[in-house]
Write a protein of this length. Structure first.
Length: 256
């Protein structure tokens, strides 16, 4: 059974989540054509440390950076580089985590760089919407697969594909805890959601097929067919009054 957090633990995770929420709200003002992915990473690390938090990803299983910065066909885990510069028309995903007093928060967003194609804009919109639909399923008594099914049905209804090689996860005193949270599956399966569970829900969606490969760096996952990919993520606490989005600036309490 997935671990349940106390209100005190959730409050600590909320503090971590609010640091990420501030960074993600600021990020669109910073990202522009010509910017290197390493510059994004350096700025994120500086801002996290300035808030007295610790980057969650740096050194995790040997990962070399604070942020995962993935461009276009890169799905997740793109390693920032001074040589990778954003072009007008790119899309860029930034995945970020931090630790406060031993508790983790994790989130991601995908941004348009300059003017992007309408199809790319649709990809971003649909992926973001699928996350919101999944969050709305995070209610006491529902099943874990109800969260997964909400993502899959919305994405596939728009002719897009859900990546199956990577999933969301529980989160708390470790970055990755039970349960795994796939972005696909039939509804009504898996454990019942209970107050105190905290999930990192992260749809990863492609414009083409769902298959991915990992580059020789051992980290960067890319779509096998070269199609664009988007990634959005929030850390969500399940409470008796509804889901609270710990990585959203207003907490994102949804009505019951």
């Amino acid at each position: 059974m997935p671990a349940r957090k106390s209100l005190v633990e959730i409050a600590t995770m909320y503090r971590a989540g609010q640091i990420l929420a501030e960074l993600m709200a600021w990020l669109p003002t910073f990202v522009k054509p010509g910017l290197s992915t390493l510059a994004i990473d350096s700025e994120m690390e500086a801002l996290i440390r300035r808030q007295g938090a610790t980057p969650a990803f740096k050194g995790y299983h040997g990962y070399p950076a604070t942020a995962c910065v993935s461009v276009n066909a890169e799905v997740v885990h793109g390693i920032p580089s001074a040589n990778r510069r954003l072009d007008d028309g790119d899309i860029v995903s930034v995945d970020l985590g931090c630790v406060v007093d031993g508790y983790y928060a994790d989130c991601a967003t995908t941004l348009a760089v300059g003017e992007v194609a309408e199809s790319a804009r649709t990809l971003l919109d649909v992926t973001r919407q699928s996350l919101e639909l999944a969050i709305d399923q995070c209610r006491v008594g529902r099943r874990l697969s109800d969260v997964s099914h909400a993502v899959q049905t919305h994405v596939e209804a728009h002719g897009l594909a859900v990546v199956r090689a990577f999933v969301g996860h529980g989160i708390g005193r470790a970055l990755h805890e039970e349960p795994e949270v796939p972005n696909f599956g039939e509804p009504g399966c898996g454990p019942r959601l209970q107050a105190g569970m905290v999930l990192a829900i992260e749809p990863m969606v492609t414009m083409g097929a769902p298959d991915v490969d990992v580059r020789e760096d051992g980290w960067t996952a890319v779509t096998r067919d070269g199609s664009l990919s988007a990634h959005f993520e929030h850390t969500v606490a399940i409470t008796d009054v509804g889901p609270i989005v710990l990585t959203r600036k207003d907490g994102g309490l949804l009505p019951a």
